[in-house]
Design a protein around this ligand. Structure first.
Ligand code: GCO
Length: 495
């Protein structure tokens, strides 16, 4: 393990909010969302290549066949990052490029990431590699997918294969991105690939994704002879309930259990939370999937935890339908989702940077592991005016959330970096190209890139390691929200 030491602390001055020396700024992307060239050099199909062909699965019938054409344009995209002065770049590796059938290695496929890493290093940009960002080889899905244990074993082999080629230059590795989404959206609600609706399969998938993380971590450690930093990236839920009453607490406990503790606790070595196992026992899915040393494997020592944050969610015990939705996490009954409160992003998500501070502090209270904000950003309907994109709402959103990270640092959270989602507009999964998250605008007809105002602001922050007071005032009136049950539930607050 590489020890990372904090060399200075966050401070405030009339000029702005200064971050600790060595704080890591950068942008994030994922392979299927940007690469295109989905059949080039022997790349095999992934579950997303299959899913996008299902009628009605993706807004506008869009696909990732071309996406941002990054596979061919990566030298220009890396130059753009250098122009923005970004010190780090988090990208994902497409498993079906490296192992088109999920087993046999394609050296042509691996060569793309070899070139990309060299290009990044030539421009002084540190690569942060994610091994799994949702694009399972279709052949492995055909053999059972994540609900099948063998997929986790395949992942360990894939992790080792990638490390053999990139491990001499890439120090920072993420095993799995957001196992919650892969498991519950892919196999529970079916809104993501492979589009299966089966609560029991979703829970087995969650276990095997965590097992893959543990086996992958061990494989990376076994393969590495030099510096190595391994982590996993979670999308924890910031859960808001309106009342401190037993039924509200119970609704929040269930959601927190399935979205947060089911994933965090075993990775931290505490096993699966018993109350969650009790909640889902009737599905007879998770416990039967656990073999004797699985929990030890899942608890393999890691060096950091990545946290993706977009906005909080509101829940209540089941009540009058009105504008409510039903919480559809596997095995959850009796919980409603409530509408977000304004101002909303273009995607309709609630904007609340206080929740990010709360979340970072709550996770810090449960682990000493360093944290990295591995994704944060917002979609808005951008308008191009000539060479410019004046995305004032995104600029404000990012500034507020960067300020939220600074607040968490000042209150003692060990946050080592902030990566914006995303470098450029891209294929937003079920929403196709209808939601733009980039700090760089992409014209998908011409593939022209234009740096947005938010990109200019972020570039300034990354270069100076400071959020200028002109962008976000330090005095923001933040008060940590009361936690409903701090002994047990970290991520729930009254809101
Ligand atoms: C995620 C996803 C990204 C999304 C982003 C916006 O990890 O949730 O990693 O791929 O595009 O979150 O929805």
């Amino acid at each position: 393990m590489t020890a990372v030491t904090r060399s200075s602390s966050a401070s405030t001055s009339p000029q702005g909010l200064t971050f600790p020396t060595g704080f890591r700024w950068g942008a994030a992307t994922a392979a299927y969302q940007i690469e295109g060239s989905t059949t080039v050099d022997g790349r095999g199909p992934s579950i997303w290549d299959t899913f996008v062909t299902q009628p009605g699965a993706i807004a506008g019938g869009h696909t990732g066949e071309q996406a941002c054409d990054h596979f061919r344009r990566y030298p220009d995209d890396v130059r753009l990052m250098a122009e923005l002065g970004l010190p780090c770049y988090r990208f994902s590796i497409a498993w079906p490029r490296v192992q088109p059938d999920g087993r046999t290695t394609s050296s042509a496929g691996l060569a793309f990431y070899d070139r990309l890493v060299d290009q990044l290093l030539d421009h002084g940009i540190e690569p942060i590699a994610t091994l799994y960002h949702w694009d399972l080889p279709q052949a492995l899905e055909d053999a059972g997918g994540w609900p099948a244990r063998d997929t986790a074993l395949r992942f360990a082999d894939y992790a080792q294969t990638v490390h053999q080629v990139l491990g001499d230059r890439v120090v920072d590795w993420t095993t799995v991105n957001e196992p919650f989404c892969s498991a519950y959206f892919g196999y529970g609600t079916g809104i993501h690939a492979p589009g299966i609706r089966d609560e029991a399969a979703a829970l087995r998938a969650a276990h095997h994704l965590l097992l893959a993380h543990g086996l992958g971590t061990r494989a990376l450690r076994a393969a590495a002879s030099g510096d190595l930093r391994v982590g996993i990236v979670f999308n924890f839920g910031s859960i808001l309930i309106a009342r401190d009453e037993p039924e509200y607490r119970e609704a929040a406990r269930k959601v927190d259990g399935l979205q947060n503790r089911l994933f965090l606790d075993p990775v931290l070595g505490a096993g699966y939370p018993q109350d969650v196992l009790d909640d889902i026992a009737h599905l007879e899915a998770l416990e039967p999937a656990i073999r004797s040393d699985d929990l030890d494997v899942i608890a393999a020592p890691i060096d950091q935890i990545g946290i993706n944050f977009y906005g909080p969610s509101r829940y209540a015990p089941t009540g009058d339908p009105g504008e409510r939705g039903t919480c559809d996490m596997p095995g959850v009954r009796g919980v409603d989702t409530l509408p977000p409160q304004g101002p909303l992003t273009g995607f309709g998500w609630e904007q609340d940077s206080d929740s990010l501070t709360d979340l970072l502090l709550a996770v810090s209270e449960r682990t000493d592991l360093p944290l990295v904000v591995a994704e944060n950003g917002a979609a808005f309907a951008d308008e191009v005016s000539g060479d410019r994109v004046h995305d004032a709402e995104r600029t404000r959103y990012l500034a507020e959330h960067i300020r939220a990270v600074h607040r968490a640092l000042q209150r003692g959270a060990d946050v080592r970096g902030y990566l914006v989602w995303s470098l450029m507009d891209n294929f937003e999964w079920a929403m196709g190209f209808t939601q733009r998250f980039g700090i760089v605008h992409v014209d998908f007809a011409t593939q022209r890139r234009r740096i947005k105002d938010s990109g200019l602001m972020f570039s300034e922050v990354a270069r100076s390691n400071m959020l200028p007071a002109s962008v976000a005032s330090p005095d923001d009136g933040y008060r940590r929200r009361p936690l409903v049950d701090p002994d047990r539930w970290g991520l729930i607050a009254l809101g």
